[in-house]
Design a protein around this ligand. Structure first.
Ligand code: SAM
Ligand code: DTB
Ligand code: SF4
Length: 340
């Protein structure tokens, strides 16, 4: 049985999902998860910051915004060869997707050719490629597609209503425009957001409704738990109730049955039980590697051990990725899973 795919969700329907008893919600989400995915497979992506800090945008959560003093050293765009060396390391460790992030409002003419080289180089290693570079024009999305980019990450972050409380240097519709360019160019869409930024339940509902009612669901939906950064306006915001975080994952799974829901930033602040609950609720992707962009993530070996204890295996690379298939029976993850 296949779940019905909808793009016309109403707030009150999403609210009804959220306010169910926790067990009812998790049962519903997990049932849908099983209809669409191998419930014991989790996709693994490794992140790299290819250009760090001094960003002109004022996202209140971000260590890289030039508007706040977070003590971060700013860096120029990394050299292509250095990026490829990091990608090779991630590939050898078992990652199937390499996500490269830049602290830009949008890529400049000067930097863009190097970005294209990075996509081609990573792709040639047999990994899926993902980039997050800020706003893109139609020409830039076309060039990225031509270079072989598989995914573009561009988060809507929160509800339309709360967006202007978090970011004032761009608006919500500009985010949607870039997502439309990405979709039109034939690149897969990765779009999600952050919870734990002081948003209301209504904002969480509105945020997921926007994603679910896009003309096509994003293939990848990162749900980040705010990593509180000293020096940003959100450094002292109250934590989200952990069960509400799990509810977010579950509702995302129900609304977007075929999307990969990524348990993204904030895993280091979660215990293993909480991560296991998120996997049960429908999360089936993680960032793998001890670094996110500027903050830390669980050690690879801890993730391997957790996967082995839960009987989870890394999701094999999809067939439409690079020319060389990724190793499916070697790499640290596979050894750990086999040892289990
Ligand atoms: N500059 C580009 C942009 O904003 O589109 C790409 C990089 S940006 C760091 C990518 C995403 O990371 C943001 O949209 C946000 O959802 C997430 N993010 C950034 N800082 C975070 C934090 N402190 N905690 C959780 N998620 C964060
Ligand atoms: C996403 O949704 N989360 C990632 C990725 N897309 C680019 C970024 C998380 C950043 C966490 C804070 C940091 O390391 O700076
Ligand atoms: Fe810049 Fe992206 Fe950070 Fe916003 S989230 S300040 S756009 S790097």
């Amino acid at each position: 049985m296949s779940p019905v795919i909808r793009h016309d969700w109403q707030n009150h329907e999403i609210e009804a999902l959220f306010i169910q008893p926790f067990n009812d919600l998790l049962f519903q989400a997990h049932s849908i998860h099983r209809q669409c995915f191998d419930p014991n497979a989790v996709q693994v992506s490794t992140l790299l910051s290819i250009k760090t800090g001094a960003c002109p945008e004022d996202c209140k959560y971000c260590s890289q915004s030039g508007h706040y003093n977070t003590g971060l050293d700013k860096e120029k765009l990394m050299e292509v060869q250095k990026v490829l060396a990091e990608a090779q390391r991630a590939h050898e460790n078992g990652a199937t997707r390499f996500c490269m992030g830049a602290a830009w409002k949008h890529p400049s003419r000067k930097d863009f050719p190097y970005v294209l080289e990075m996509v081609k180089g990573v792709k040639a290693m047999g990994m899926e490629t993902c980039m997050t570079l800020g706003q893109l024009s139609e020409e830039q999305t076309a060039a990225l597609a031509e270079a072989g980019l598989d995914y573009y990450n561009h988060n809507i972050d929160t509800s339309r209503e709360y967006y202007s409380k978090i970011i004032t240097t761009r608006d919500f519709d500009e985010r949607l425009d870039t997502l439309a360019h990405v979709r039109d160019a034939g690149i897969k869409v990765c779009s999600g957001g952050i919870v734990g930024m002081g948003e209301t339940d209504k904002d969480r509902i509105g945020f997921l409704r926007e994603l679910a009612n896009l003309p096509q669901h994003p293939e990848s939906v990162p749900i980040n738990n705010l990593v509180k950064i000293k020096g940003t306006p959100l450094e002292n915001v109250e934590d989200i109730d952990p069960f509400d975080f799990v509810r977010m994952v579950a509702v995302a799974r129900i609304l977007m049955p075929h999307s990969h829901v990524r348990l993204s930033a904030g895993r280091e602040q979660m215990n293993e039980q909480m991560q296991a609950l998120c996997f049960f609720a429908g999360a089936n992707s993680i960032f793998y590697g001890d670094r996110l962009l500027t903050t830390s993530n669980p050690d690879e070996s801890d993730d391997m051990k957790l996967f082995a204890r839960l009987g989870i295996h890394p999701e094999p690379l999809s067939e439409n990725a690079g020319e060389t298939p990724a190793p499916q029976s070697s790499g640290a993850f596979y050894d750990a899973a086999a040892a289990h």
